[in-house]
Design a protein around this ligand. Sequence first.
Ligand SMILES: N[C@@H](CCC(=O)N[C@@H](CS)C(=O)NCC(=O)O)C(=O)O
Ligand SMILES: [Fe+2]
Length: 356
Amino acid sequence: MFFKQLFDPASSTLTYLIADDTAHEAVLIDPVADQVERDVRLLREHGLKLKVTLETHVHADHVTAARAFKQATGAQTAVARDCNAQGYDRLLQDGDVILFGHEEILAIATPGHTPGSISYLWRDRVFTGDTLLIGGCGRTDFQNGNAEALWTSITEKLFALDEQILVYPGHDYKGRRVSSIGEEKRFNARVAGKTREEFLATMANLNLPMPSRIHEAVPANLEAGAGQPAVESAPKQWADLENRVSIQNVSANQLAEALASRGVQLLDVRTPKEFETVRIAGSVNVPLDRLDPAALLSSMGADDPVYCVCQTGTRSQLAAAKLRAAGFRHVVHVDGGTNAWAVAGLPVVRGSPVGA
Ligand SMILES: N[C@@H](CCC(=O)N[C@@H](CS)C(=O)NCC(=O)O)C(=O)O
Ligand SMILES: [Fe+2]
């Protein structure tokens, strides 16, 4: 599994990047428009394809990056149906399941902070948005908030989860990052040991100032994050991302399986000298400086799988990106290259290639 917690200091928003190890499909929970470049870089660095952005609610303090990611990567956008928002691809309800790679996330409706607030349960962790914060909870004095509903969501839905489940909130204003259902049951200042009436009284008397960006953020988020100058500002970066995310990474052992089970075109992009010294049986030597993706494309189908290998996995990534940019849709790069192949104890061929 791949999991990263990210922080936007301006709004104290916590964003979560989760991905499946095999298919490299990713999900972003509560991405922030001001942090798109950070998140694009992360996706690119880790070779992840963003499948969907998930909102925990219509935010009042920052603009979502949902629309920016949709435009840039084709990722779907999702929000709860009860948010009454427009422009999102998927409208979630309690019990809905979000699939990515071999992973799944369960949507749990937790209204209160807003009517459409939703929590997401994934493996041993729950992403609670502003329903349950560490030691506290979201306010209920704007966006049709309802303290009674929030009490029920926290005490009957979230506290019904196993005490070991980790709590990852939508914000923290004091530098805390993770808690658990058990800890919140015992120590949450607003809920632990309190009656419903005490909770309602507290919520009615918070007297907090309005979020500074509320008048910009809410209308924008009701339209999936409209009005952001996102995509045009970094076209090259987006193009790079598009190219990179469509490249699959495999290990040496996975390559061996692929070679054994079906006809695979394996391009070794090292120099002829390196190729002669040691190589993988069945590979064809196309040194990186002589790689002509357009010519290859005219002799192969764009959907034919092409695997690229080099000595350590650096040149092959470059080659894969070039092939991808030229129009090959199924490009695979071998992690660790021929070194990893040899370390894995897989058979190698040495000496001049036959006919060379
Ligand atoms: N000072 C922050 C506002 C913070 C705020 O009101 N956050 C909301 C979540 S959108 C909340 O529920 N806060 C709970 C609390 O501060 O106890 C800003 O200007 O953005
Ligand atoms: Fe909020």
